[in-house]
Design a protein around this ligand. Sequence first.
Ligand code: RB5
Length: 149
Amino acid sequence: MTAPSTAIVIGCDHAAFEMKEKLKAYLLQRGESVEDVGPHSAESVDYPDYGKKVAQMVSNGRFARGILLCGTGLGMSMVANRFPGVRAALCHDLFGATMSRKHNDANVLVLGGRVTGETLAEEIVKVWLETPFEGGRHQKRLDLFDRID
Ligand code: RB5
């Protein structure tokens, strides 16, 4: 398997299309490279189709990190966490975003476009990208995930 790209794969549904566009601009302005799997308009779509695209690309190792957005963030979380190796975290605040990295090594960030304000969403993305995993006892706990299936 080739090393995962440091680029970020992002996808959404219609309910969070505007937030995706804004976060994409923010990510590009930070100098990140972004792969946008769509949708490319605010027309109604089914979130599982886009959740699957992003989660698959993280699950198969093509991307180390993904960002998913829907109205609440709930549907995208449910979809993404069905994929092996994906640890998707729905974050509503900075504490959750920080801990999802420090303790859970979350590799997919999920946001609710109808729940979280634009400025907070940007701050959440910033913290989520910049906070490292602590490893140690938390890695041991993540290893236990593989024994569940
Ligand atoms: C779409 O109306 C909405 O159901 C979707 O964006 C999401 O919130 C589902 O969990």
